[in-house]
Design a protein around this ligand. Structure first.
Ligand code: ADP
Ligand code: ASP
Ligand code: MG
Length: 437
Protein backbone atom coordinates (compact mmCIF):
# COMPACT_ATOMS: atom_id res chain seq x y z
CA UNK A 1 0.00 0.00 0.00
CA UNK A 2 1.11 3.55 -0.64
CA UNK A 3 2.15 5.65 2.33
CA UNK A 4 1.49 9.36 2.54
CA UNK A 5 2.85 11.47 5.38
CA UNK A 6 0.61 14.48 5.98
CA UNK A 7 1.54 17.55 7.96
CA UNK A 8 -1.02 20.10 9.06
CA UNK A 9 0.03 23.63 10.06
CA UNK A 10 -1.21 25.76 12.93
CA UNK A 11 -4.15 27.46 11.22
CA UNK A 12 -5.33 24.05 9.95
CA UNK A 13 -5.58 22.90 13.59
CA UNK A 14 -6.70 26.08 15.32
CA UNK A 15 -10.22 24.91 16.27
CA UNK A 16 -12.54 21.90 16.45
CA UNK A 17 -13.99 22.88 13.05
CA UNK A 18 -10.47 22.74 11.57
CA UNK A 19 -9.83 19.34 13.22
CA UNK A 20 -12.97 18.04 11.46
CA UNK A 21 -11.61 19.17 8.09
CA UNK A 22 -8.42 17.26 8.87
CA UNK A 23 -10.50 14.17 9.72
CA UNK A 24 -12.31 14.41 6.36
CA UNK A 25 -9.02 14.73 4.48
CA UNK A 26 -7.57 11.68 6.25
CA UNK A 27 -10.66 9.59 5.55
CA UNK A 28 -10.59 10.54 1.86
CA UNK A 29 -7.38 8.51 1.34
CA UNK A 30 -6.39 5.56 3.57
CA UNK A 31 -2.76 5.92 2.39
CA UNK A 32 -2.61 9.00 4.66
CA UNK A 33 -1.26 6.95 7.56
CA UNK A 34 1.10 9.28 9.37
CA UNK A 35 -0.02 12.66 10.59
CA UNK A 36 2.43 15.33 11.79
CA UNK A 37 0.77 18.20 13.64
CA UNK A 38 1.71 21.78 14.55
CA UNK A 39 0.40 23.50 17.66
CA UNK A 40 -2.96 25.29 17.29
CA UNK A 41 -2.37 28.53 15.38
CA UNK A 42 -4.42 31.66 14.88
CA UNK A 43 -8.22 31.28 14.60
CA UNK A 44 -8.59 34.84 13.24
CA UNK A 45 -6.42 37.89 12.51
CA UNK A 46 -4.97 39.20 15.72
CA UNK A 47 -5.31 35.86 17.56
CA UNK A 48 -2.24 34.36 19.30
CA UNK A 49 -0.58 31.05 18.33
CA UNK A 50 -0.31 28.53 21.16
CA UNK A 51 3.48 28.39 20.62
CA UNK A 52 3.69 32.12 21.36
CA UNK A 53 1.49 31.66 24.44
CA UNK A 54 3.91 28.98 25.67
CA UNK A 55 6.93 31.21 25.12
CA UNK A 56 5.08 33.79 27.20
CA UNK A 57 4.57 31.24 30.02
CA UNK A 58 8.28 30.49 29.88
CA UNK A 59 9.28 34.19 29.97
CA UNK A 60 7.06 34.83 32.97
CA UNK A 61 8.26 31.76 34.88
CA UNK A 62 11.91 32.44 34.04
CA UNK A 63 11.48 36.00 35.38
CA UNK A 64 9.95 34.59 38.56
CA UNK A 65 6.55 36.11 37.74
CA UNK A 66 3.08 34.60 38.02
CA UNK A 67 2.37 32.46 34.95
CA UNK A 68 -0.95 30.98 36.04
CA UNK A 69 -3.25 33.07 33.83
CA UNK A 70 -0.92 32.65 30.82
CA UNK A 71 -1.05 28.86 31.29
CA UNK A 72 -4.80 29.00 31.82
CA UNK A 73 -5.10 30.66 28.38
CA UNK A 74 -3.26 27.66 26.87
CA UNK A 75 -5.56 25.24 28.71
CA UNK A 76 -8.56 27.14 27.34
CA UNK A 77 -7.38 26.68 23.72
CA UNK A 78 -7.21 22.89 24.05
CA UNK A 79 -10.34 22.78 26.20
CA UNK A 80 -12.27 24.55 23.43
CA UNK A 81 -11.06 22.05 20.81
CA UNK A 82 -11.76 18.96 22.95
CA UNK A 83 -15.22 20.25 23.84
CA UNK A 84 -15.99 21.17 20.22
CA UNK A 85 -15.04 17.64 19.15
CA UNK A 86 -17.11 16.17 21.94
CA UNK A 87 -14.30 13.95 23.21
CA UNK A 88 -13.16 13.18 26.70
CA UNK A 89 -9.56 14.17 27.02
CA UNK A 90 -7.94 14.47 30.41
CA UNK A 91 -6.43 17.89 29.88
CA UNK A 92 -5.76 18.43 33.58
CA UNK A 93 -3.40 15.47 33.87
CA UNK A 94 -1.72 16.38 30.55
CA UNK A 95 -1.11 19.94 31.80
CA UNK A 96 -0.05 19.12 35.37
CA UNK A 97 3.57 18.14 34.49
CA UNK A 98 3.87 21.32 32.41
CA UNK A 99 2.81 23.53 35.35
CA UNK A 100 5.19 21.57 37.54
CA UNK A 101 8.03 22.10 35.04
CA UNK A 102 7.34 25.86 35.02
CA UNK A 103 7.56 26.00 38.80
CA UNK A 104 10.85 24.09 38.92
CA UNK A 105 12.96 26.25 36.59
CA UNK A 106 11.71 26.01 33.03
CA UNK A 107 13.56 25.12 29.86
CA UNK A 108 12.57 27.24 26.84
CA UNK A 109 12.53 24.55 24.13
CA UNK A 110 10.63 22.13 26.34
CA UNK A 111 7.91 24.72 26.96
CA UNK A 112 7.63 25.61 23.25
CA UNK A 113 7.34 21.93 22.32
CA UNK A 114 4.28 21.36 24.51
CA UNK A 115 2.02 23.00 21.90
CA UNK A 116 2.69 20.22 19.40
CA UNK A 117 2.82 17.55 22.13
CA UNK A 118 -0.64 18.35 23.49
CA UNK A 119 -2.14 18.80 20.04
CA UNK A 120 -0.82 15.42 18.88
CA UNK A 121 -2.15 13.69 21.97
CA UNK A 122 -5.55 15.30 21.51
CA UNK A 123 -5.60 14.41 17.81
CA UNK A 124 -4.51 10.80 18.46
CA UNK A 125 -7.25 10.43 21.09
CA UNK A 126 -9.87 11.80 18.67
CA UNK A 127 -8.78 9.66 15.70
CA UNK A 128 -8.01 6.56 17.76
CA UNK A 129 -4.49 6.47 16.23
CA UNK A 130 -1.17 5.70 17.95
CA UNK A 131 0.69 8.66 19.48
CA UNK A 132 4.46 8.63 18.82
CA UNK A 133 6.35 11.15 20.96
CA UNK A 134 9.02 12.87 18.83
CA UNK A 135 11.24 13.20 21.93
CA UNK A 136 11.82 9.45 21.68
CA UNK A 137 12.47 9.22 17.96
CA UNK A 138 13.86 12.52 16.67
CA UNK A 139 17.38 12.84 17.99
CA UNK A 140 19.48 16.01 18.26
CA UNK A 141 23.20 16.11 18.90
CA UNK A 142 24.55 17.90 21.98
CA UNK A 143 25.21 21.01 19.84
CA UNK A 144 21.51 21.28 18.96
CA UNK A 145 21.83 19.98 15.37
CA UNK A 146 19.75 17.03 14.14
CA UNK A 147 21.45 13.63 14.30
CA UNK A 148 20.07 12.14 11.07
CA UNK A 149 21.46 8.59 11.38
CA UNK A 150 19.98 7.95 14.83
CA UNK A 151 16.74 9.71 13.92
CA UNK A 152 16.12 7.70 10.75
CA UNK A 153 17.00 4.46 12.53
CA UNK A 154 14.71 5.10 15.52
CA UNK A 155 11.83 6.66 13.63
CA UNK A 156 12.07 4.28 10.68
CA UNK A 157 11.84 1.27 12.98
CA UNK A 158 8.79 2.44 14.90
CA UNK A 159 6.96 3.69 11.80
CA UNK A 160 7.52 0.37 10.03
CA UNK A 161 5.55 -1.42 12.70
CA UNK A 162 2.82 1.18 13.22
CA UNK A 163 -0.35 1.23 11.15
CA UNK A 164 -1.50 4.81 11.73
CA UNK A 165 0.14 7.38 13.99
CA UNK A 166 0.09 11.02 15.03
CA UNK A 167 3.53 12.60 15.49
CA UNK A 168 4.04 16.02 17.07
CA UNK A 169 6.07 18.41 14.89
CA UNK A 170 8.74 20.96 15.82
CA UNK A 171 10.79 19.04 18.40
CA UNK A 172 12.93 16.07 19.33
CA UNK A 173 15.40 15.45 22.13
CA UNK A 174 19.11 14.94 22.67
CA UNK A 175 20.63 11.70 23.97
CA UNK A 176 20.06 12.81 27.57
CA UNK A 177 16.34 13.30 26.88
CA UNK A 178 16.45 17.11 26.94
CA UNK A 179 13.89 18.49 24.48
CA UNK A 180 15.23 20.53 21.54
CA UNK A 181 13.10 22.38 18.96
CA UNK A 182 13.77 23.29 15.36
CA UNK A 183 13.51 26.97 14.45
CA UNK A 184 10.04 28.52 14.07
CA UNK A 185 7.84 26.80 11.53
CA UNK A 186 9.84 23.59 12.12
CA UNK A 187 6.91 21.16 12.00
CA UNK A 188 7.46 21.23 8.22
CA UNK A 189 10.90 19.72 8.90
CA UNK A 190 9.43 17.00 11.14
CA UNK A 191 7.02 16.12 8.34
CA UNK A 192 9.85 15.79 5.83
CA UNK A 193 11.87 13.65 8.27
CA UNK A 194 8.87 11.39 8.92
CA UNK A 195 8.33 11.03 5.16
CA UNK A 196 11.93 9.96 4.66
CA UNK A 197 11.98 7.67 7.71
CA UNK A 198 8.86 5.82 6.53
CA UNK A 199 9.99 5.78 2.86
CA UNK A 200 6.72 7.49 2.02
CA UNK A 201 5.50 7.86 -1.55
CA UNK A 202 4.39 11.43 -0.92
CA UNK A 203 4.69 14.19 1.68
CA UNK A 204 1.58 16.36 1.81
CA UNK A 205 1.99 19.69 3.58
CA UNK A 206 -1.46 21.14 4.37
CA UNK A 207 -1.72 24.85 5.11
CA UNK A 208 -3.99 27.86 4.60
CA UNK A 209 -3.10 28.66 0.96
CA UNK A 210 -3.56 26.51 -2.15
CA UNK A 211 0.17 26.11 -2.74
CA UNK A 212 3.25 28.11 -3.35
CA UNK A 213 2.46 31.53 -4.73
CA UNK A 214 4.41 33.22 -7.48
CA UNK A 215 5.30 35.92 -4.97
CA UNK A 216 4.49 37.22 -1.48
CA UNK A 217 0.71 37.77 -1.14
CA UNK A 218 1.34 40.62 1.29
CA UNK A 219 2.92 42.63 -1.55
CA UNK A 220 0.98 41.53 -4.62
CA UNK A 221 -2.72 40.85 -4.03
CA UNK A 222 -3.82 37.40 -5.21
CA UNK A 223 -0.67 36.29 -7.00
CA UNK A 224 -0.99 33.20 -9.19
CA UNK A 225 -0.13 29.73 -7.86
CA UNK A 226 2.86 27.71 -8.98
CA UNK A 227 1.53 24.29 -10.05
CA UNK A 228 5.00 22.68 -10.17
CA UNK A 229 8.38 23.66 -8.78
CA UNK A 230 11.54 21.60 -8.45
CA UNK A 231 13.44 21.10 -5.17
CA UNK A 232 16.27 23.44 -6.11
CA UNK A 233 13.96 26.28 -7.07
CA UNK A 234 11.98 25.79 -3.88
CA UNK A 235 15.15 25.89 -1.80
CA UNK A 236 16.12 29.23 -3.37
CA UNK A 237 12.68 30.74 -2.92
CA UNK A 238 12.18 29.57 0.65
CA UNK A 239 15.67 30.68 1.65
CA UNK A 240 14.93 34.10 0.21
CA UNK A 241 11.71 34.50 2.16
CA UNK A 242 8.83 32.61 0.53
CA UNK A 243 7.75 31.39 3.93
CA UNK A 244 5.12 28.79 3.02
CA UNK A 245 7.51 25.88 3.73
CA UNK A 246 10.43 25.88 6.21
CA UNK A 247 13.67 26.08 4.21
CA UNK A 248 15.12 22.97 5.92
CA UNK A 249 12.10 20.84 4.95
CA UNK A 250 13.39 20.46 1.41
CA UNK A 251 16.52 18.38 2.13
CA UNK A 252 15.14 15.15 3.61
CA UNK A 253 12.47 14.84 0.93
CA UNK A 254 14.87 15.70 -1.86
CA UNK A 255 17.50 13.23 -0.71
CA UNK A 256 14.94 10.43 -0.61
CA UNK A 257 13.29 11.62 -3.85
CA UNK A 258 9.89 12.02 -2.15
CA UNK A 259 7.61 14.54 -3.85
CA UNK A 260 6.02 17.23 -1.69
CA UNK A 261 2.51 18.49 -2.33
CA UNK A 262 1.47 21.76 -0.67
CA UNK A 263 -2.32 21.74 -0.17
CA UNK A 264 -5.03 23.95 1.34
CA UNK A 265 -6.97 22.47 4.28
CA UNK A 266 -9.81 24.90 3.59
CA UNK A 267 -9.97 24.03 -0.14
CA UNK A 268 -8.99 20.36 -0.38
CA UNK A 269 -10.32 20.21 -3.95
CA UNK A 270 -7.44 22.47 -5.14
CA UNK A 271 -4.44 20.52 -6.53
CA UNK A 272 -1.87 22.74 -4.78
CA UNK A 273 1.79 22.88 -5.68
CA UNK A 274 3.79 19.76 -6.52
CA UNK A 275 7.49 19.78 -5.65
CA UNK A 276 9.78 17.10 -7.11
CA UNK A 277 13.06 16.72 -8.98
CA UNK A 278 11.48 16.61 -12.43
CA UNK A 279 8.28 18.15 -13.73
CA UNK A 280 5.55 15.69 -14.77
CA UNK A 281 5.27 15.31 -18.55
CA UNK A 282 3.34 18.11 -20.17
CA UNK A 283 4.13 20.77 -17.54
CA UNK A 284 4.66 24.16 -19.11
CA UNK A 285 7.89 25.63 -17.77
CA UNK A 286 8.13 29.41 -18.04
CA UNK A 287 11.39 31.31 -17.73
CA UNK A 288 10.63 32.39 -14.15
CA UNK A 289 9.07 30.11 -11.55
CA UNK A 290 8.77 32.53 -8.65
CA UNK A 291 10.03 35.68 -6.99
CA UNK A 292 10.93 36.12 -3.32
CA UNK A 293 12.95 38.53 -1.27
CA UNK A 294 13.94 39.88 2.09
CA UNK A 295 14.88 43.18 3.66
CA UNK A 296 17.56 43.66 6.28
CA UNK A 297 20.91 43.52 4.47
CA UNK A 298 23.99 45.77 4.56
CA UNK A 299 26.75 45.84 1.95
CA UNK A 300 30.41 46.40 2.67
CA UNK A 301 32.15 47.67 -0.44
CA UNK A 302 35.92 47.31 -0.63
CA UNK A 303 37.88 48.94 -3.45
CA UNK A 304 41.58 48.42 -4.06
CA UNK A 305 43.38 48.74 -7.36
CA UNK A 306 45.06 45.55 -8.51
CA UNK A 307 43.03 43.63 -5.92
CA UNK A 308 42.66 40.72 -8.34
CA UNK A 309 46.40 40.18 -8.54
CA UNK A 310 46.95 40.27 -4.77
CA UNK A 311 46.93 36.58 -3.90
CA UNK A 312 44.77 35.71 -0.91
CA UNK A 313 43.09 39.13 -0.70
CA UNK A 314 39.53 37.83 -1.04
CA UNK A 315 40.19 35.04 1.46
CA UNK A 316 41.54 37.51 4.04
CA UNK A 317 38.59 39.80 3.46
CA UNK A 318 36.01 37.05 3.98
CA UNK A 319 37.98 35.65 6.94
CA UNK A 320 37.48 38.95 8.70
CA UNK A 321 33.72 38.39 8.61
CA UNK A 322 34.04 34.72 9.55
CA UNK A 323 36.26 35.60 12.53
CA UNK A 324 33.33 37.56 13.96
CA UNK A 325 30.81 34.84 13.19
CA UNK A 326 29.15 36.89 10.42
CA UNK A 327 28.20 34.74 7.41
CA UNK A 328 28.11 36.45 4.03
CA UNK A 329 25.07 36.08 1.81
CA UNK A 330 26.45 37.26 -1.53
CA UNK A 331 29.76 38.49 -2.76
CA UNK A 332 29.68 40.12 -6.18
CA UNK A 333 33.13 41.16 -7.39
CA UNK A 334 34.67 43.49 -9.97
CA UNK A 335 38.31 43.76 -11.00
CA UNK A 336 39.17 46.24 -8.27
CA UNK A 337 36.08 45.91 -6.05
CA UNK A 338 34.41 43.36 -3.84
CA UNK A 339 31.03 43.82 -2.18
CA UNK A 340 30.11 41.64 0.74
CA UNK A 341 26.39 41.46 1.41
CA UNK A 342 25.60 40.53 5.00
CA UNK A 343 22.51 40.30 7.15
CA UNK A 344 22.27 43.58 9.09
CA UNK A 345 21.31 41.71 12.28
CA UNK A 346 24.48 39.63 12.14
CA UNK A 347 26.79 42.43 10.98
CA UNK A 348 25.86 45.51 12.99
CA UNK A 349 26.92 44.28 16.45
CA UNK A 350 30.47 43.70 15.03
CA UNK A 351 30.54 46.54 12.54
CA UNK A 352 33.33 48.62 14.11
CA UNK A 353 35.72 45.68 14.74
CA UNK A 354 35.18 44.33 11.22
CA UNK A 355 35.78 47.71 9.60
CA UNK A 356 38.93 48.21 11.67
CA UNK A 357 40.23 44.80 10.57
CA UNK A 358 39.40 45.59 6.92
CA UNK A 359 41.36 48.87 7.14
CA UNK A 360 44.41 46.70 7.84
CA UNK A 361 44.03 45.30 4.29
CA UNK A 362 44.80 48.87 3.12
CA UNK A 363 41.85 49.37 0.77
CA UNK A 364 41.63 52.51 -1.38
CA UNK A 365 38.03 52.86 -0.36
CA UNK A 366 35.84 51.16 2.24
CA UNK A 367 32.16 51.93 2.40
CA UNK A 368 29.09 50.49 4.09
CA UNK A 369 25.67 50.81 2.54
CA UNK A 370 22.86 50.05 4.96
CA UNK A 371 19.25 49.08 4.39
CA UNK A 372 19.32 46.88 1.34
CA UNK A 373 16.65 44.40 0.24
CA UNK A 374 17.57 41.36 -1.86
CA UNK A 375 15.19 39.94 -4.43
CA UNK A 376 15.64 36.52 -6.05
CA UNK A 377 14.08 35.86 -9.44
CA UNK A 378 14.15 32.07 -9.63
CA UNK A 379 13.54 29.64 -12.48
CA UNK A 380 15.33 26.67 -14.01
CA UNK A 381 13.89 27.79 -17.35
CA UNK A 382 16.11 30.89 -17.29
CA UNK A 383 19.06 29.05 -18.84
CA UNK A 384 17.14 28.30 -22.00
CA UNK A 385 15.53 31.70 -22.31
CA UNK A 386 17.68 34.47 -23.62
CA UNK A 387 17.31 38.01 -22.34
CA UNK A 388 15.83 37.29 -18.91
CA UNK A 389 18.43 39.44 -17.14
CA UNK A 390 17.59 42.32 -19.47
CA UNK A 391 13.87 41.87 -18.76
CA UNK A 392 14.52 41.86 -15.00
CA UNK A 393 16.56 45.04 -15.12
CA UNK A 394 14.05 46.64 -17.49
CA UNK A 395 11.07 45.79 -15.29
CA UNK A 396 12.68 47.13 -12.13
CA UNK A 397 13.94 50.28 -13.84
CA UNK A 398 10.53 50.88 -15.44
CA UNK A 399 9.04 50.71 -11.93
CA UNK A 400 11.27 53.67 -11.06
CA UNK A 401 13.66 51.69 -8.87
CA UNK A 402 17.42 52.05 -8.86
CA UNK A 403 19.26 48.70 -8.81
CA UNK A 404 22.16 48.68 -6.31
CA UNK A 405 23.55 45.24 -6.97
CA UNK A 406 23.19 42.28 -9.33
CA UNK A 407 24.39 38.74 -8.68
CA UNK A 408 23.77 35.83 -10.97
CA UNK A 409 24.41 32.53 -9.21
CA UNK A 410 26.63 30.20 -11.20
CA UNK A 411 23.82 27.65 -11.23
CA UNK A 412 21.84 29.96 -13.54
CA UNK A 413 18.86 29.10 -11.42
CA UNK A 414 18.40 32.60 -10.13
CA UNK A 415 19.28 36.22 -10.58
CA UNK A 416 19.51 38.24 -7.40
CA UNK A 417 19.16 41.98 -7.32
CA UNK A 418 19.71 44.37 -4.45
CA UNK A 419 17.52 47.47 -4.07
CA UNK A 420 17.06 49.98 -1.29
CA UNK A 421 14.61 48.71 1.35
CA UNK A 422 12.10 51.47 0.62
CA UNK A 423 11.96 50.32 -3.03
CA UNK A 424 11.48 46.64 -2.22
CA UNK A 425 7.71 46.36 -2.68
CA UNK A 426 7.71 48.50 -5.85
CA UNK A 427 10.43 46.33 -7.40
CA UNK A 428 8.56 43.10 -6.57
CA UNK A 429 5.37 44.46 -8.12
CA UNK A 430 7.26 45.49 -11.27
CA UNK A 431 8.81 42.02 -11.58
CA UNK A 432 5.48 40.30 -10.97
CA UNK A 433 3.87 42.30 -13.77
CA UNK A 434 6.67 41.33 -16.15
CA UNK A 435 6.89 37.60 -15.39
CA UNK A 436 3.78 36.12 -13.83
CA UNK A 437 1.93 33.43 -15.74
P1 ADP B 1 1.36 26.80 8.47
O1 ADP B 1 0.98 27.35 9.80
O2 ADP B 1 0.30 26.00 7.81
O3 ADP B 1 2.69 26.12 8.49
P2 ADP B 1 2.56 29.25 7.40
O4 ADP B 1 1.95 30.49 7.98
O5 ADP B 1 3.87 28.79 7.96
O6 ADP B 1 1.47 28.08 7.49
O7 ADP B 1 2.72 29.39 5.83
C1 ADP B 1 1.64 29.77 5.01
C2 ADP B 1 1.66 31.28 4.75
O8 ADP B 1 2.86 31.63 4.06
C3 ADP B 1 0.55 31.76 3.86
O9 ADP B 1 -0.62 32.02 4.60
C4 ADP B 1 1.14 33.03 3.24
O10 ADP B 1 0.68 34.18 3.91
C5 ADP B 1 2.65 32.93 3.48
N1 ADP B 1 3.47 33.08 2.27
C6 ADP B 1 4.52 33.92 2.10
N2 ADP B 1 5.06 33.78 0.89
C7 ADP B 1 4.35 32.83 0.24
C8 ADP B 1 4.42 32.23 -1.06
N3 ADP B 1 5.35 32.57 -1.96
N4 ADP B 1 3.52 31.28 -1.35
C9 ADP B 1 2.57 30.89 -0.46
N5 ADP B 1 2.45 31.43 0.76
C10 ADP B 1 3.33 32.38 1.13
N1 ASP C 1 4.38 25.74 16.36
C1 ASP C 1 5.70 26.09 15.86
C2 ASP C 1 5.73 27.55 15.45
O1 ASP C 1 4.76 28.25 15.65
C3 ASP C 1 6.16 25.18 14.77
C4 ASP C 1 5.27 25.13 13.54
O2 ASP C 1 4.13 25.61 13.57
O3 ASP C 1 5.71 24.59 12.53
O4 ASP C 1 6.72 28.01 14.97
MG1 MG D 1 4.62 26.93 8.55
Amino acid sequence: MNTIVVKFGGSSLASAAQFRKVGDILRADPARRFLVVSAPGKRYDGDTKVTDMLYRCYDLAAAGEDFSSALEAVRARYGEIAEGLGIRFDLESALAPIAEHLRKGPQRDYMASRGEYLNARLMAAWLGWTFLDSAEYIRFRADGVLDPETTYALLGEVMAKTEKAVIPGFYGADASGRVVTFSRGGSDVTGAIAARASKADLYENWTDVSGMLFTDPRIVPNPSYIPFINYRELRELSYMGASVLHEDAVFPARRAGIPINIRNTNRPEDPGTLIAAEAPAGTVIGPVTGIAGRKGFDTVLVEKSMMNSEIGFAARLLDTFAAHGVPFEHCPTGIDTMSVVVSADAFRPHREEILAALEALKPDNLKVEEGLAMIAVVGCGMVENKGIAARILGAVTAAGVNIRMIDQGSSELNIIIGVREEDYETAIRGLYKEFHQ
